[in-house]
Design a protein around this ligand. Structure first.
Ligand SMILES: [Zn+2]
Length: 182
């Protein structure tokens, strides 16, 4: 079973900084596969390991039909911001809000073989790198909003049907995703 349950806002794991990956081993390959399968099933543009309850610095992304992963990311951000772009999060199902982010990001890290990689992104890709790297530091997109927007967002969160369901919900997927065995 590669598709994991996605932790919802309120779960303490989303507020816990993740540890750097040290062993680039079979377990790591399984984690990247689980993240990829869970993200594609959701579907989502990105998923970080803490969102499936794993405290390691790993995320996957699927933006502009580019699928990938990054381990132990380190970001270099442009100073120009996109103040108005809408952003969502799989840990806040069904909600999206304007969230300020740098327009360009250079993300350095490693692939699952331990090889260094440098990724460059603009707009949605840059937004994704920032959002997912934040997850690894226990930071959520609501933290990046201006106070007025955050207040509106928290009201929507309280009114969401999943609010208070922070305990992991076991999701049994009855289907095969894209031909991959699960
Ligand atoms: Zn998120």
């Amino acid at each position: 079973m590669a598709i994991q349950s996605i932790r919802l806002f309120g779960d303490p794991v989303l507020r816990t900084p993740a540890a750097p990956v040290v062993d680039f081993d079979k377990e790591l390959r399984k984690l990247v596969k689980d993240l990829t399968d869970t993200m594609m099933d959701a579907p989502g543009a990105g998923l970080a390991a803490p969102q499936i309850g794993v405290g390691l610095r790993v995320f996957t992304y699927y933006v502009d039909e580019q699928l990938g992963h990054l381990i132990n990311p380190d970001l270099d951000l442009s100073s120009d911001l996109d103040e108005e772009g809408e952003e969502g999060c799989l840990s806040f199902p069904g909600l999206s809000f304007p969230t300020p982010r740098a327009i360009r990001a250079v993300a350095k890290g490693f692939d699952l073989h331990g090889e260094p990689v440098t990724l460059e992104g603009t707009d949605l890709m840059a937004r994704c790198f920032q959002h997912e790297t934040d997850h690894l530091d226990g930071i959520l997109f609501i933290d990046r909003m201006d106070p007025k927007q955050r207040k509106l967002a928290m009201k929507a969160v309280r009114e969401a049907e999943w609010s208070g369901l922070a305990a992991p919900v076991i999701k049994v997927s009855p289907h095969v995703t894209g031909g991959r065995a699960i």
